[in-house]
Design a protein. Structure first.
Length: 247
C-alpha cells in the first residue's frame, strides 16, 4: 500500500540508525537531543533563540534517552541552580542500564530499567524528575527490546505529564516517541486502538502553541495512517479491542 511521501521520507531518514529494534528510528547524535527531557537534569537548558527568523531544530523520538545511552549526556546527574552536576542516587543503576544497551544486552537492560523505574516511582512519585527520566529511558529500551506496547504506554504517559506541566516541546518529543512505538505495532486492530489515544493527545497539543502546532503535517500523516489501519482491520475481519494493557 502506498504511503504519503512524507511518511516514506521519514522511514528512509531513520533506516539503520537505531540499534536493532522493532522499527526504524533515529541515530545517535543526529539531532538536538533536547525534546524529551528538558528540565529533568539530563541536559542543560538550550540557549534562547536570538534570531527570530530561525526555527528550532526538529524534535525526534527518543532523542534525549538515545543521546544519554550513547554517552552524549550526563548519566544519572541532576543539574543544580549553579549549573553544576551532582550525582543522582540512581546514577550507578542508570549507568548499568546504559552499558547493557551499548553492549547489546537489551533484555537485561529492560529488566533493570523496569525495576529501577518501579523503585523510583514508589519512592518519589511518578512526576519526580528521577521517575520521569527513568520512564523515558525505559520507553527507549522497551522499543529496542521489541516491546512497542510498553514503549508506547510510557511515552504517551510522559507526553500527558509534560503537557500538564506546560512544557510543550518536551510533551511533543514524547508524542513523537509514542508515534514511533505505534508504527512498530503490526496488528491493525491494536494499532487503531493505540492510534486513537495518540491522536487525542496529539490534537490537544496541536491546538495550543509550540512545536506540535508548527508541525501539523505529522499529525495529518498519523491520521492518514489510521485510515489505512482501518482498511487493514476491515480486510482482516478484526475490530479494535476495547481493553489493552501494556505487557
Amino acid at each position: 500500500m502506498n504511503r504519503p511521501g512524507r511518511e516514506q521520507g521519514q522511514e528512509r531518514d531513520r533506516a539503520g540508525r537505531l540499534p536493532p529494534g522493532p522499527g526504524p528510528g533515529p541515530g545517535p547524535g543526529s539531532g538536538p537531543g533536547l525534546g524529551l527531557g528538558l528540565g529533568l537534569g539530563m541536559f542543560p537548558e538550550p540557549e534562547r533563540e536570538t534570531d527570530p527568523g530561525r526555527r528550532p531544530a526538529p524534535i525526534r523520538e527518543f532523542a534525549v534517552a538515545e543521546a544519554v545511552v550513547n554517552g552524549c549526556g550526563v548519566d544519572g546527574a541532576e543539574t543544580g541552580g549553579s549549573g553544576a552536576t551532582a550525582p543522582s542516587p540512581l546514577a550507578a543503576r542508570i549507568g548499568r542500564i546504559n552499558e547493557a544497551v551499548r553492549t547489546g544486552r537489551i533484555a537485561e537492560a529492560l529488566e533493570l530499567a523496569e525495576t529501577t523505574l518501579d523503585r523510583a516511582v514508589r519512592t518519589a512519585g511518578q512526576e519526580h524528575p528521577e521517575a520521569l527520566r527513568l520512564s523515558e529511558l525505559t520507553a527507549y529500551v522497551a522499543y529496542l527490546a521489541g516491546d512497542p506496547l510498553r514503549s508506547f504506554r510510557l511515552s504517551l504517559d510522559l507526553a500527558r505529564i509534560r503537557h500538564r506541566l506546560d512544557d510543550p516541546r518536551a510533551a511533543y518529543g514524547h508524542v513523537q516517541s509514542a508515534a514511533a512505538a505505534w508504527r512498530a505495532v503490526r496488528d491493525p486492530s491494536t494499532g487503531l486502538l493505540l492510534g486513537g489515544e495518540l491522536i487525542g493527545v496529539w490534537t490537544e497539543l496541536a491546538a495550543g502553541t509550540g512545536p506540535a502546532a508548527d508541525d501539523i503535517e505529522q499529525l495529518l500523516s498519523a491520521r492518514a495512517r489510521m485510515g489505512r489501519l482501518t482498511e487493514r482491520a476491515r480486510a482482516a475481519g478484526g475490530a479494535p479491542r476495547r481493553h489493552l494493557h501494556d505487557s
